[in-house]
Design a protein around this ligand. Sequence first.
Ligand code: TYC
Length: 112
Amino acid sequence: MSRPDRRNPDGTPSTGVVTKSRAKTKKPAMYKVLMLNDDYTPMEFVVHVLERFFAKNHEDAVRIMLHVHHRGVGVCGVFTYEIAETKVNQVMDLARQHQHPLQCTIEKDGTD
Ligand code: TYC
């Protein structure tokens, strides 16, 4: 007696073991949250925002804040759209509450 000659889609003989194809999985588009410089928001407030909403340690928060202060714009983090949008809203809400003009925006990440 012999088994029927069953084949995998690529033509190789089947072992009968079923495996799942992962070809259709796709990484979600990613978005940068950018922080913009202004002349009025206190440096300590920006550092606090980076620690609180972007989980930066103090050293990284100071480094990012100074980068924005000197260059005009900097990346706080890269997230899926929904999370990026939430972060921007959290930052803008807190800035408004403290009457600081701090601005944050979302930009599609080109590297994916
Ligand atoms: N330029 C501000 C100051 O001199 C500090 C600052 C840094 C403001 C980063 C906004 O995103 C910002 N007080």
